[in-house]
Design a protein around this ligand. Structure first.
Ligand SMILES: Nc1ncnc2c1ncn2[C@@H]1O[C@H](COP(=O)(O)OP(=O)(O)O)[C@@H](O)[C@H]1O
Ligand SMILES: N[C@@H](CCOP(=O)(O)O)C(=O)O
Length: 335
């Protein structure tokens, strides 16, 4: 996690949201900005699991959400917005950890959002935004370990939380003492990620219900080896190993019941030149890793296969983001 270097664009984007959120009423035509602190957090979307690495592998995508969290004295009305609610509950979780009361008025406004329930880590984005905003307001009270723990606890696993905070390709597991343990892996800088983002959502809660309580020894052994192979292949640039490395037995077959063309979409991606494809997080998006040259064709092929089965959506090409979340801060001075 880096602190923002004062990039104008990001700060201005944050401030625009703040002014929209924090206008005081009853001040005539020219509304005043409430005094307070506006913290803008820029967080990457993430793709988790990466085939066989269920709940432990994830990577940051070069697609960033931007959320401004404002803290003021004034009580704020309750929100019905799903994203804002998740940010605010992360703020409460962080203050609970500090043993301090939550400041009176907190709002969260998205300038750029990641679509919900598409397996792109939108819930991790919201939770990272809430936790980092508190950390900034409280002058860096949490270290990296505490930040990872706070976000992963809310998520229930660290595979989106970790790359959303720190960027890149990450392995993250919960240790026996409850703390999350992470290691970043190298990855080829020129790898491209083609994404199919279907119009339908697959809420993570529902997609986890599709999974069995236990697995056979054969399936467990199958996945352990492949999750390890994925990291070794990425670290050494041996992309030809990724097809085998993403062959999963723990969640994708089971989740295909919720998105039947899933394996046809994988096959279309491979035919178009992808090294490998996987269900992104709990779905519904599908990610394919490929060289730059066929990346657009891979994205189009996945969209065509999905549409052919009656599932519309959109396709795009992005890359793995090296950097994770960044923070900028503006003090709002009232009149
Ligand atoms: N289609 C939808 N409409 C409204 N809210 C949704 C939808 N899909 C998911 N959500 C909600 O959005 C939040 C984040 O979604 P989640 O399923 O955790 O997936 P992800 O993190 O992949 O976006 C959850 O609170 C979930 O209930
Ligand atoms: N390992 C989790 C990942 C969920 O990711 P999301 O982006 O769909 O929230 C799972 O597979 O359930």
């Amino acid at each position: 996690m880096e602190r923002g270097g004062g990039e104008d664009k990001r700060v201005v984007g944050g401030l625009a949201g703040v002014v929209g959120t924090m206008r005081a009423s009853g001040t005539g035509n020219r509304e005043a900005v409430m005094p307070g602190t506006a913290i803008t957090v820029r967080v990457p979307a993430t793709s988790a699991n990466l085939g066989a690495g269920f709940d432990c592998l994830g990577l940051a995508l070069d697609m960033f959400a931007s959320v401004t969290v404002t803290f003021s004295e004034a009580e704020q009305p309750p929100t019905e917005d799903v994203g804002e609610k998740m940010v605010l509950s992360a703020v409460r979780h962080a203050y609970q950890r500090l043993g301090k009361p939550v400041p009176g008025g907190v709002r969260a406004r998205y300038q750029v959002a990641i679509p919900l329930g598409r397996g792109l880590g939108a819930s991790a984005v919201a939770r990272v935004a809430g936790v980092l905003a508190v950390n900034e307001l409280e002058r860096g009270v949490f270290d990296e370990q505490a930040l990872l723990d706070l976000v992963s606890e809310l998520e229930g696993h660290g595979d989106n939380a970790c790359p959303a905070l720190f960027g890149g390709l990450q392995v993250c597991v919960q240790g026996g003492d409850g703390h999350y343990v992470r290691a970043a892996s190298r990855f080829p800088a020129d790898a491209h990620i083609a994404l199919l983002i279907p119009d339908h959502s697959m809420p993570t809660k529902e997609a986890r219900k599709a999974l069995p309580e236990s697995y056979s020894k054969a399936d467990t052994v199958h996945n352990i080896g492949r999750a390890a192979l994925f990291v070794a292949a990425m670290a050494s640039g041996r992309m030809e190993l990724l097809a085998e490395a993403t062959d999963d037995r723990v969640h994708q077959r089971q989740r295909a019941a919720l998105f039947p063309p899933l394996f046809d979409i994988f096959a279309a991606a491979r035919r178009a030149g992808a090294y490998a494809a996987w269900l992104s997080g709990a779905g519904s998006s599908v990610a394919a890793i490929c060289p730059e040259e066929p990346a657009r064709a891979v994205a189009n092929a996945m969209l065509a296969a999905s549409k052919a089965a009656g599932y519309d959506g959109r396709a795009l090409v992005t890359r793995i983001a090296k950097e994770g979340a960044t923070v900028s801060r503006v003090e709002l001075v009232g009149e």
